[in-house]
Design a binder for this molecule. Structure first.
Ligand code: NAD
Ligand code: ZN
Ligand code: ZN
Length: 344
């Protein structure tokens, strides 16, 4: 089968032929319908060899949907032909976090060598994907698979981040979304669907801000040195109760801290290497800073329910497998509007 692989540290990903996978005991084989392209892969491909936590080659793609093509011996719960979304942050299934459905925070995954598809295990940008356990699958139902694929990360990750701060997102509150790309443009829609907060979106270009407005942002601000002052002005000096940073680079984390309200939440989702100091004088009183990773299986079910209700709709650009390297190049260059999705 064809697969998109990251093969050499620092090189572009390549479309290659690899053997068709066969499901072992308890596993399921999916025929992949669609797979999203996440900026985290760009981060992974920028790491030096000694920082890479898994061996190469790696088949990319951690946002996958497909139909069940075969069940390995003893696998149950699904039938051939079922349309499913893949819950990507695989864990051991039985530790204290996994027992709560929080496999994203599995306590034993590292020790057991369990890695998400596309982030250590073979990923979804391939004709077929092996899934280790039926609990990693959620039925898609009537959802369009192409627009549903990014919900498994670009939907789930902001959904989880927003849920942390729901008690603060009361009427009259302000939520800022920094970076309105794959995750950010879904975050805006989730904020509108789940809260009464006023949503302020920040990005680098007018084109990105136009998408932010189209998906529901009340206000948009060009990101830069004066962005924090603009948010203070929009909030009569109060600042934002919640700042969601989908860039996470030093200039955006600094701006995020500077635009937060007293008792505000600053949530750093982006992997841009930025950090925020805490302690008296560093941030507004009682501001909280957190950096969440992905989301729970239950939350993926909730996100798909929101999509079925029409509350969230991913803006997609589609690519064939042969065009997949170009999708990564465009994402790297900041040119993707919404989410790039590969149709293998
Ligand atoms: P993306 O490239 O689709 O979107 C990023 C957006 O940020 C783009 O629109 C870009 O123009 C904008 N941007 C870049 N620099 C900016 C700045 N200084 N100010 C304002 N906007 C700026 O990326 P994505 O796939 O949505 O991922 C976003 C980030 O989240 C990445 O760092 C990714 O690695 C990370 N991520 C984290 C998790 C997690 O679980 N924590 C999950 C998925 C992705
Ligand atoms: Zn991702
Ligand atoms: Zn676990």
């Amino acid at each position: 089968m064809k697969a998109l692989q990251y093969r050499t540290v620092g090189a572009e990903p390549e479309v290659v032929d690899v053997p068709d996978p066969e499901p072992g005991p308890g596993q399921l084989l999916l025929k992949v319908t669609a797979a999203g392209v996440c900026h985290s892969d760009i981060a992974v491909m920028s790491w030096p060899a000694e920082q890479l936590p898994f061996p190469l080659p790696l088949t990319l793609g951690h946002e996958g949907v497909g139909t069940v093509a075969a069940l390995g011996p003893g696998a149950t719960g699904f039938e051939v032909g079922d349309a499913v979304a893949v819950y990507g942050p695989w864990g051991c299934g039985s530790c204290h976090m996994c027992a709560q459905g929080k496999e994203n925070y599995c306590l034993r995954a590292a020790e057991l060598g369990i890695r998400p598809p596309g982030l250590g295990a073979p990923g979804a940008i391939a004709e077929y994907l092996l899934v280790d356990n039926p609990r990693h699958l959620v039925p898609l139902g009537v959802l369009d698979p192409v627009r549903a694929a990014p919900l498994t990360d670009a939907g789930l990750t902001p959904y989880h981040a927003i849920k942390i701060s729901l008690p603060k997102l009361l009427p009259g509150s302000t939520a800022v979304v920094i970076g309105t790309g794959g995750l950010g443009h879904v975050a805006i829609q989730l904020l509108r669907a789940m809260t009464a907060a006023r949503v302020v979106a920040l990005d680098l270009t007018e084109e990105k801000l136009a998408l932010a407005r189209a998906v529901g942002a009340h206000e948009t601000v060009l990101s830069g040195a004066s962005a924090a002052a603009s948010v203070r002005e929009l909030t009569n000096g109060r600042g934002a109760e919640v700042v969601l940073d989908f860039v996470g680079a030093p200039p955006t984390t600094t701006a995020a801290g500077a635009m937060a309200a007293v008792e505000g939440d600053v949530t750093i989702v982006g992997l841009g290497g930025g950090t925020l100091p805490v302690g008296f004088g560093a941030l507004p009183y009682e501001a909280s800073v957190t950096s969440p990773y992905w989301g729970t299986r239950a939350e993926l079910i909730e996100v798909l329910d929101l999509a079925r209700a029409g509350s969230v709709d991913v803006h997609v650009e589609t690519y064939t497998m042969d065009e997949a390297p170009r999708a990564y190049q465009r994402l790297h260059d900041g040119l993707v509007n919404g989410r790039a999705v590969i149709l293998p």
